[in-house]
Design a protein around this ligand. Structure first.
Ligand code: ADP
Length: 264
């Protein structure tokens, strides 16, 4: 009788464990589907909005007689829209192909000029004055070299800068700093004074398709791919990336750390 009871209990426990596990998998699957749905909606929006804008400006250029200053303004807007379109297409394509990269495509890259170039691209993309993003000189005037794929490193830095600007709706004060850490790593820090990230989300923001849940962040459009790309690129270069923030409204600092290749 006791043996039967024990046997019955074990069967019951196994069944219950099965039910619980199934529920967990189901919830995970639903969450993943939700994230993919919202990713598709975001990508569609990120593609349609600049195309609609470019079309509108082109039609206006065709139909209305405009003076030179107005025409130049329209060209600047259309160029910024085209850049935004390209950035979205590139990040979607990159997210699919990054895993296939060969290390043989790595060359010796000096970080300061690469970061300076990215700063210029982002200033132009968001039509910002030069003082919105400041890049400090490297302490001691040292040249910092890393071994890597310049195109991928540019993608990583561009995504970090883009986010620093995007998530600062109340005014853009971004500061970039390059330094050596523990003699072996080059660290790029990018600090903003924007919306900040909740402590519980500091790690999750690097997951594919993940977008922070707070209301003011949801208003700002994106695909949830940018930081996933940064994380993957950092890892492929033997480095890492982490986010530091004192929470909502307190700004964010992103640290991208890469192995130095200075001794030659
Ligand atoms: P996207 O910006 O396209 O949503 P990302 O992968 O670049 O995707 O970023 C994921 C999430 O991390 C963003 O949705 C945003 O909520 C948060 N985030 C990233 N960078 C910052 C930042 N500098 N300040 C505040 N939040 C940020």
């Amino acid at each position: 009788r006791l043996a039967l009871d024990v046997f019955g209990f074990i069967v019951f426990a196994i069944l219950m464990a099965g039910v619980v596990l199934n529920t967990v998998f189901l919830v995970r699957e639903i969450r993943r589907n939700e994230r993919q749905d919202s990713f598709l909606n975001s990508v569609t929006h990120e593609l349609k909005t600049p195309i609609a804008s470019i079309r509108l400006y082109l039609e206006t250029l065709e139909r209305r007689p405009l003076d030179e200053a107005q025409r130049q303004r329209f060209y600047t807007i259309m160029r910024a829209d085209t850049d935004r379109l390209l950035a979205t297409v590139e990040s979607v394509l990159k997210a699919g192909t990054l895993g296939n990269r060969q290390r043989s495509s790595h060359t010796r890259v000096e970080l300061y000029p690469l970061v300076a170039e990215c700063v210029q691209v982002v200033l132009r993309r968001h039509r910002l004055p030069a003082e919105a993003i400041l890049l400090d000189e490297v302490p001691g005037g040292v040249k910092l070299y890393v071994l890597g794929n310049p195109e991928d490193l540019r993608t990583a830095v561009l995504n970090l800068l883009d986010n620093a600007v995007k998530y600062s709706p109340e005014g853009i004060h971004v500061r970039c700093h390059l330094a050596i850490e523990q003699y072996t790593s080059a660290v790029l820090s990018i600090s903003d004074t924007g919306l900040g990230i909740e402590p519980g989300e500091l790690k999750r923001v690097f997951k594919r398709f993940y977008r922070a849940s707070s209301n003011d962040q949801v208003q700002i459009k994106g695909t949830g791919l940018g930081l996933f790309l940064v994380y993957t690129i950092a890892k492929q270069h033997g480095g890492s990336v982490r986010a530091v923030s004192d929470g909502k409204g307190k700004g964010t600092t992103m640290f991208l750390s890469l192995p130095l290749d200075n001794q030659r």
